[in-house]
Design a binder for this molecule. Structure first.
Ligand code: NAI
Ligand code: MG
Length: 499
């Protein structure tokens, strides 16, 4: 299949951002990298260079951490009242809303994702998160503790910001990942050094502009663009960073843990997944087919929660395979900026090679390619939405995270929930699972039996600012969003006064 890829024109706002000489945000100022170097940013649909950004490294991370430390210890930020902090965070959400179209375009251009997905998902999701988290500023109360020690005591706890936070984010939801990281850290009163992914630095830099416009003091949020092995590694091992929050590959997550050992900084990790979607025989077939197809093809399959292992009961297996393949064939592939497109390119050459390599491996291990199975497009990093049937637990495509629009379907013929859960849990990951059934008992019993941080019933890739999100097993440490995330950005201090 050949798809002709044409790039629609950008709105004046997005185009004007790209004509600027892009710089990093350190201590409230826009600066070049100390080494003077920049690196190119590519449109993954056309391979055109759309911008250059500073190639920050250790020297810039040092400056950014110094600025964040200064802003944390002195200056206006630690003296701002919780209500004022809440107002600033809410205002940031408002500014994002005002520029929602521009952010959607930058996201689609930089990452490749359909602009309508960005406009209906990434951008409102980020706005909602800032607004939700602003509410925590005034709710971070401690407790009084009824201690039993001899004598009279007044014992209580305080919740204090953890300090200077390093945040390293990936390229699949560039703005939303920045929001997930920044919003709770700001609500707690921390200061931040954010390192966006090298593939997608644009929306974070634009976000930096509205952060300053909202009125955050200098040094509260610093944004350093650069590569993982240099800037990212320097941030993870920095002795004056109190906490590191990371989203990305499990492989790099393990490096972060090692790097954090130097000063025992706190670590939270959102890592890979190989999430099961389980369709029972009694499911609403139309909903289950559309939902499980979307679970893997949304964002070109570049979701940590992607429903990449699809299990269908043997009595409906053929119907599910055909139905998901039909859904795949209906997707319109093209440039992310085209409002009629459902599937854009993968983010980079590296991901394109990785995903096509996995498809090849599936074929050679005996999977049946029902649809897709190849790179497409006259240019760019496009891969056809791919359905692999007759897969089994021993195949590499079933064991490893592919991070592309490739679903591996297996059938199950056991009606014991214990046995079904065992298939679902046969992975080193545990980020999300979905259960498709009309039977309430089956749905909630499966929710208990599956070892994953998030379970969706008759849905997949669900998220909400109030809903804690994170993984069991090698999918990570800790939870983002909800009240749980505030634990990561605060220290509990216990105070005892002898009366
Ligand atoms: P990655 O884990 O290398 O990159 C994520 C972030 O970590 C980026 O900001 C990167 O600059 C930074 N980083 C890389 N090496 C680092 C280091 N040594 N120290 C500190 N920071 C470092 O992910 P990559 O290479 O872009 O993608 C590879 C695979 O990882 C994907 O195919 C996918 O399977 C998985 N992945 C999972 C994501 C998720 O949402 N859980 C997001 C992105 C990738
Ligand atoms: Mg990497």
């Amino acid at each position: 299949m050949t798809v002709a890829i044409k790039k629609p024109t950008l709105s004046p706002a997005a185009a004007s951002f790209l004509t600027k000489e892009l710089k990093m945000l350190i201590d409230g100022k826009w600066v070049a990298a100390q080494n003077g170097k920049t690196f190119p940013v590519e449109d993954p649909a056309t391979l055109e260079i759309i911008a250059h950004v500073p190639e920050g490294d250790k020297a810039d991370i040092d400056l950014a951490v110094k600025a964040a430390r200064k802003a944390f210890e002195s200056g206006p930020w630690p003296k701002i009242s919780p209500a004022e902090r809440a107002k600033l965070i809410w205002r940031l959400g408002d500014l994002l809303e005002q520029h929602a179209d521009e952010f959607s375009e930058l996201e689609a251009l930089d990452n490749g994702k359909p602009v309508t997905n960005a406009r209906n998902g990434d951008i409102p999701g980020s706005i909602g998160l800032f607004r939700y988290m602003s509410g925590w500023c005034q709710r971070l109360n401690g407790e009084t503790i009824p201690v039993s020690s001899a004598g009279d005591w007044h014992a209580y706890t305080l919740r204090e910001p953890v300090g200077v936070v390093g945040q390293i984010i990936p390229w699949n939801f560039p703005l939303m990942m920045a929001a997930w990281k920044l919003a709770p850290a700001l609500a707690a009163g921390c200061t931040i050094v954010l390192k966006p992914a090298e593939q997608t630095p644009l929306s974070a830099l634009r976000l930096g502009e509205i952060i300053m416009e909202a009125g955050f003091p200098a040094g509260v949020v610093n944004i350093v663009t650069g590569f993982g092995e240099t800037a990212g590694a320097a941030l993870a091992e920095h002795p004056d960073v109190d906490k590191i929050a990371f989203t990305g590959s499990t492989e790099v997550g393990k490096l972060i843990v090692k790097a954090a050992a130097g000063n025992l900084k706190r670590v939270s990790l959102e890592l890979g997944g190989k999430s099961p979607a389980i369709v029972f025989a009694d499911a609403d077939m139309e909903g289950a087919i559309a939902g499980t197809a979307d679970a893997i093809f949304y964002n070109q399959g570049q979701c940590c929660t992607a429903g990449s292992r699809l299990f269908a009961h043997k009595s409906i297996y053929d119907k599910v395979v055909q139905g998901v393949a039909d859904q795949a064939n209906k997707l319109k592939v093209g440039h992310g900026l085209d409002k009629t497109v459902n599937l854009g390119p993968l983010v980079s050459k590296e991901q394109h090679e990785r995903v096509t390599g996995f498809i090849q491996s599936g074929r050679s291990e005996g999977a049946e390619v029902v649809t897709g199975g190849a790179a497409i497009g006259n240019q760019g990093y496009f891969v056809a939405p791919t359905v692999l049937a007759n897969t089994n637990r021993d195949m590499k495509v079933v064991r490893q995270e592919i991070f592309g629009p490739v679903v591996c379907i297996q059938s199950f013929d056991d009606d014991s929930l214990e046995a079904v859960a065992k298939f679902a849990n046969d992975t080193e990951y545990g980020l999300q699972a979905s259960v498709w059934t009309r039977n309430l008992r089956v749905a909630h019993m499966m929710a208990r039996k599956i070892k994953a941080g998030t379970i969706c019933i008759n849905a997949h890739n669900y998220g909400d600012p109030a809903w804690p999100f994170g993984g069991f097993k090698q999918s990570g440490w800790g939870r983002e969003m909800g009240k749980e995330v505030m634990e990561h950005y605060t220290e509990t201090k216990s105070v005892a006064a002898k009366l």
